[in-house]
Design a protein around this ligand. Sequence first.
Ligand SMILES: [Ca+2]
Length: 94
Amino acid sequence: MESAIKTVVTQFLGSARGKENMDSKNFQKLVKNQLGNILSGSENSSAVKDMMKGLDDNEDGKVSFQEYMKLVGYLACQLSEQRAQGQTSTANGE
Ligand SMILES: [Ca+2]
């Protein structure tokens, strides 16, 4: 669990390249490279843009750490619902 939390934080810091926010290009890359199995539509850049708009609470066109955590929380809920329904998940455990 500790390593999972570390991964979530490190991933954001890496994608934001030391800044406080991820821009849309880096967000797209993150979703495509890291969430391709867990998130449907990750290959579709307009779907990813829409998703980013949904996360972007302060509407600055970037994804802050807090906004990014919304996505992580959403995916965690989705995964636990799938598990609860007894479906096999495609998450790789990282
Ligand atoms: Ca924002």
